[in-house]
Design a protein around this ligand. Sequence first.
Ligand SMILES: [Zn+2]
Length: 109
Amino acid sequence: MMIKCTECGKEYSDQAKACVHCGAPNTTKSGGCLKAVIGLVVMVVVFVIIVIALRAYTIDPQEVIDSEAIKECRKAENDELLDISARRLARDACDLMEKRYNEKYGHAP
Ligand SMILES: [Zn+2]
């Protein structure tokens, strides 16, 4: 298809990047469309990266609480100030908590 040059008014192919007569840039074949496509691709890539990052850093808050509870329990278990029977009791409780944690989350705390 032939288009009319906006500068010199002569006709040239719309496939040309610029007017063959005067060299004025072909406004119908500008980089606008390509820029829009690149912009869209960049947006999609950024969005995907954000989604992946969020998935990697999103930890179930209940899992953190349970894990912390087991940690605190183990502290009591190893507390030298507690007598041996209390520490044994704590250890049994900790073992039970850990067992439940493993069943719930499928891995050790
Ligand atoms: Zn021209």
